[in-house]
Design a protein around this ligand. Structure first.
Ligand SMILES: N[C@@H](CCC(=O)N[C@@H](CS)C(=O)NCC(=O)O)C(=O)O
Length: 231
């Protein structure tokens, strides 16, 4: 079997990867024990590289073109896929061992993919740190993103509320995973966002998140990383 190719964004952190969207297929590839290589694409080069692969652009809400990673190329089948959820679905259909949509759960997990993040992990300004692109997109000067003081305190409170909602939901699963006793892609969705916080926030900021809900979140991330052989 030829190694699959994952397009991801590099960083200077150990191990390089950090993005929540690209870490989802990375977790799946590792969970399914599929061989793969990474092509690192710097953020400002994403459009050029993906256009070069022959991918069609998607549209931003304002109608302008956007190209996003992750993208997966499978040289064994010729498939070239973007969107983390579609990559997960492709990998599940093509490489059936170690299912990530167990018991016919693909439809439910597709709904969970956006619903959980909207509810339990609101996007907060304090994590938006891509100076140029995010400033342009949100039409906010960088200095006004999350300045220290009442504005940042409000962002933290908003984030904590989201985690509290996540904890209320989690307590209903009846087991250690989202699907009770069965690991699934839903756990990867939860972990990829936690992984992002851990990677991009300052150490004391991640410690603050880790302390919420009885110290739950660092453990959740740890368990998923272990399940995916990434710990
Ligand atoms: N819905 C997409 C979102 C992917 C996404 O937003 N990727 C970001 C990196 S984390 C990106 O490539 N952004 C390019 C840009 O904003 O120009 C997925 O799940 O794959």
């Amino acid at each position: 079997m030829k190694p699959l190719i994952l397009y991801d964004i590099p960083s200077r952190l150990p191990g390089s990867y950090w993005s929540p969207n690209t870490s989802k297929p990375r977790f799946v590839l590792n969970y399914k024990e599929l061989p793969f290589e990474t092509v690192w694409v710097e953020y400002p080069d994403i459009a050029t590289v993906l256009k070069g692969l022959g991918l069609a652009p998607k549209k931003r809400p304002d109608g302008s073109d956007i190209y996003t990673v992750p993208v997966l190329n499978d040289p064994n089948t010729g498939a070239l896929i973007d969107e983390s959820l579609e990559i997960a679905a492709y990998l599940e259909k093509t490489y059936t061992a170690k299912p990530i949509f167990p018991y016919g759960s693909e439809m439910l997990i597709r709904v969970f993919d956006s619903a959980y993040l909207d509810n339990a992990h609101p996007i907060v300004r304090l994590i938006y740190f891509f100076r140029r692109t995010r400033s342009e997109r949100l039409q906010l000067p960088w200095e006004e993103f999350s300045p220290e003081g009442p504005k940042r305190d409000g962002d933290w409170a908003y984030l904590e509320q989201g985690f509290n909602k996540g904890e209320t939901l989690r307590a209903k699963s009846g087991g250690e995973w989202v699907m009770g006793d069965t690991f699934s892609y839903a756990d990867i969705i939860v972990a990829s966002r936690l992984f992002w916080y851990k990677r991009v926030l300052k150490e004391d900021e991640w410690a603050r998140i880790s302390s919420w809900n009885g110290g739950r979140w660092a453990k959740v991330l740890d368990k998923v990383q272990q399940e995916c052989h990434l710990a």
